[in-house]
Design a protein around this ligand. Structure first.
Ligand SMILES: *[C@@H]1O[C@H](CO)[C@@H](O)[C@H](O)[C@H]1NC(C)=O
Length: 384
């Protein structure tokens, strides 16, 4: 991380140095500071529309838009000059809320027994104390948001007939679906093909983490109801949820999850760790730092959390990210993308074999190099 940060800072200093003759700059304007409380994401570089900062856990990583493109501070992406709204554009900061007292107890392995309960002191232990060599390496591919013409064919190409698990079954993914722009005919096809359909929310509204029980029921259970109506997916087949923007709704969301018969949540992001965390039940205290700050504080016995470990490589090239498309790899060619994924994956495969979750938004599949890199990676995993 240090290497990358220093590199970023050098670039800024260099720019400041070059413009020193024409422009008076206060020294404290030189270094970009990630806006507090705004969370992770991309932010306009005040100096130029050609660049932006990726803020990850408060650290700014300087990035450049691909050649010819400019940073749009409303949609937070690089686009054509005539469409880009140059920033910084001010936004209203999120309200500061008191974190509730921590009510869950520390993991007690003598009382916590599979299959209903699983925990370990630091979250990295293998269930059943298996040796890593005897532990199957699970890869989970998840796709968030709407399913429609923009991504359906790309998703289909990931799940080809010849990609199989070691037991001969075809590989399948999980789709955390949101309503807007979704094509339910396509979702029904995915469900029919054996993919897991799970719920994100109807509207992907911001700030849901601070809303009440009724709002969570409306958004989550409402989404499940829509899937039943329009994609003929039975209620009992929808057992997983993911909060929009990985902002879990504190205890409220988990009360809804419990009350409406869900089995697991997958919204909790983890900072970069040397050894990845295994999924756990929420009987006990969460065994890692809660990156969003809105994790549940009390115990929810038997409810599974499938957390999102941070993706990164040793050099921190590309930054670190919960969703793979949020790491900055768009300047890479397919071989480099493959190598990056392989190094990230090996941290699991060569250590504790925690399930390797690959969370995607549709964005990943709009860049050919990233898509090809993923295909290379998937083909490689079949040779293991
Ligand atoms: C809906 O699903 C059920 C089985 O889950 C099936 O029997 C029924 O034919 C389906 N309806 C439609 C309209 O596809």
């Amino acid at each position: 991380m240090t290497v990358y940060r220093t590199y970023g800072r050098c670039l800024i200093l260099l720019t400041a140095f070059l413009t020193v003759g024409s422009q008076q700059k206060k020294p404290d304007e030189k270094e970009f500071i990630c806006p507090e409380g705004a969370g992770n994401g991309n932010f306009a570089d005040p100096a130029t529309c050609r660049r932006f900062y990726q803020c990850v856990d408060g650290y700014p990583y300087l990035n450049r838009c691909p050649s010819g493109l400019y940073f749009d501070d409303i949609n937070k992406l690089c686009t054509f000059k005539n469409e880009a709204r140059c920033g910084p554009i001010s936004t209203t900061p999120a309200p500061i809320t008191e974190p509730p007292a921590d009510l869950a107890k520390k993991c007690d392995t003598s009382a916590c027994v599979l299959p209903y309960c699983f925990c370990s002191r630091d979250g990295t232990h293998i269930p059943g104390d298996l040796n890593p060599e005897d532990t199957p390496q699970i890869i989970m591919m998840t796709f968030d948001g709407a399913v429609n013409l923009n991504n359906f064919d790309h998703y289909q190409r990931v799940f080809t007939q010849d990609r199989k698990n070691s037991n001969g079954c075809p590989i399948r993914g999980t789709f955390f679906v949101s309503h807007e722009y979704s094509n339910y005919n396509m979702i029904q096809q995915l469900a029919h093909a054996g993919h897991e359909i799970a719920t994100e929310t109807i509207s992907l509204q911001q700030g849901l983490q601070d809303k009440g029980y009724e709002e969570w029921v409306g958004e989550m259970i409402g989404m499940r109801e829509i899937l039943r109506q329009f994609a003929n997916i039975s209620k009992s087949d929808i057992v997983g949820m993911r909060a929009p923007y990985l902002k879990p709704g504190r205890n409220t969301q988990y009360e809804v999850l419990e009350d409406f018969g869900y089995i697991y949540d997958s919204s909790v992001g983890i900072p970069p760790l040397k050894v990845p965390i295994w999924p756990y039940t929420l009987d006990y205290k969460i065994p890692h730092e809660c990156r969003s700050g809105t994790c549940p504080s009390r115990s929810f016995p038997g409810v599974w959390e499938v957390p999102l470990n941070a993706h990164y490589v040793e050099t921190y090239e590309g930054g670190h990210c919960p969703y793979l498309d949020q790491c900055v790899l768009h300047n890479h060619d397919p071989d480099e993308v493959f190598e990056w994924l392989r190094e990230d994956f090996n941290r699991y495969y060569l250590q504790n074999r925690a399930p390797y979750m690959m969370p995607f938004h549709t964005n990943w599949f709009q860049i050919k190099e990233l898509e090809r890199g993923l295909h290379k990676f998937l083909d490689w995993t079949e040779t293991l």
